[in-house]
Design a protein around this ligand. Sequence first.
Ligand code: HEM
Length: 437
Amino acid sequence: MLFEGLDLVSALATLAACLVSVTLLLAVSQQLWQLRWAATRDKSCKLPIPKGSMGFPLIGETGHWLLQVFSKIFSHEALESYLPKIQLVIQDTLRAWSSHPEAINVYQEAQKLTFRMAIRVLLGFSIPEEDLGHLFEVYQQFVENVFSLPVDLPFSGYRRGIQARQILQKGLEKAIREKLQCTQGKDYSDALDLLIESSKEHGKEMTMQELKDGTLELIFAAYATTASASTSLIMQLLKHPTVLEKLRDELRAHGILHSGGCPCEGTLRLDTLSGLRYLDCVIKEVMRLFTPISGGYRTVLQTFELDGFQIPKGWSVMYSIRDTHDTAPVFKDVNVFDPDRFSQARSEDKDGRFHYLPFGGGVRTCLGKHLAKLFLKVLAVELASTSRFELATRTFPRITLVPVLHPVDGLSVKFFGLDSNQNKILPETEAMLSATV
Ligand code: HEM
């Protein structure tokens, strides 16, 4: 386990399972809730609501040394060193998508991409491509069965999940052992290196089991959320060609659009990315309207009152990210995809600390948020500068929210490469180009 009192995998699994039940329960209890709400607001109704302490005393103790380690893993310096590797992984992937003769399932491919990023960049494993593919399949089997009932029967989801976890742990152990033996020739420290070093510094050398659990949790945290956001990003760029053009204009103005034969591999820098204001607005807007995770859970540490309701100590409460984004008064036309709402001129997110929460809030805010944003920015830059893509279905798919937000059909898209004039590279041209090399 990475965190005291928190197993992220089971926490997320519980979250998803609860979300399904909560959705069903909500449908039934909505009428009752509205009645109770109306009664509480009605001045003539004297419901006994004693005054409690105010504020948000929901968040637990987080003084764990691992939190300090995580601040190193996701520090500015660390992100700068991951950036060229992230760019390479994304460029490789987009090349593969573009050379695929058929449309691809974006959500599935984005899951593979984030898995690859976690394995290659975050954990620094040099697993051969074929083994990586196999590990991904096992990982998917694990994730698909995380939400199963704990009934250990042959062919049950639970049994399949346990088996997948065992195979994964074996694969991870092999990769960790190889990594521990072969420390030479590396030009950067990945998250796993930092985790191992820092645990030694804190006099708490991690056992192999802790390392395996830790790596699995890191992959789990990064995988579904970032794949969901990547898919939403691609879908919004498809839906809003003007946004994509504006993004390309910004990249052009900063000399980033790839041109005539420039390999441009691993050339992005953090300060270049932070200078791209419109890109930042686009990513923020994707995360506002298509927040991958619906909400989070807390245990009430101290009785408090919220909007006339007393919330007693010891209760489990859920805060909803999606509802917050939908109802926050700071956002004008909440349902409209409008990246400019985050522009310096409008800055709709600047009023109030808790209106915009794609990565949660408070002490338990997402630890990987800077990495996630970095990944999404690089993906957007590469999509805008090296790819053209078209929806392969007649209409855009419906969105489902469980276990994380994603299009029901995964989003079918045909990708094409771009030549130096930002035009589509047709398969024949591609064949010619490779023939001349
Ligand atoms: C777009 C991508 C992502 C989104 C939307 C996201 C969102 C969230 C949210 C909402 C939480 C829960 C906060 C709460 O309980 O209130 C969380 C927790 C967490 N996330 Fe992320 N996340 C993303 C990517 C990542 C990545 C890439 C990593 C690391 C590799 C990561 C690591 C974590 C960890 C370790 C926690 C637990 C923090 C704690 O309990 O102290 N996340 N994330």
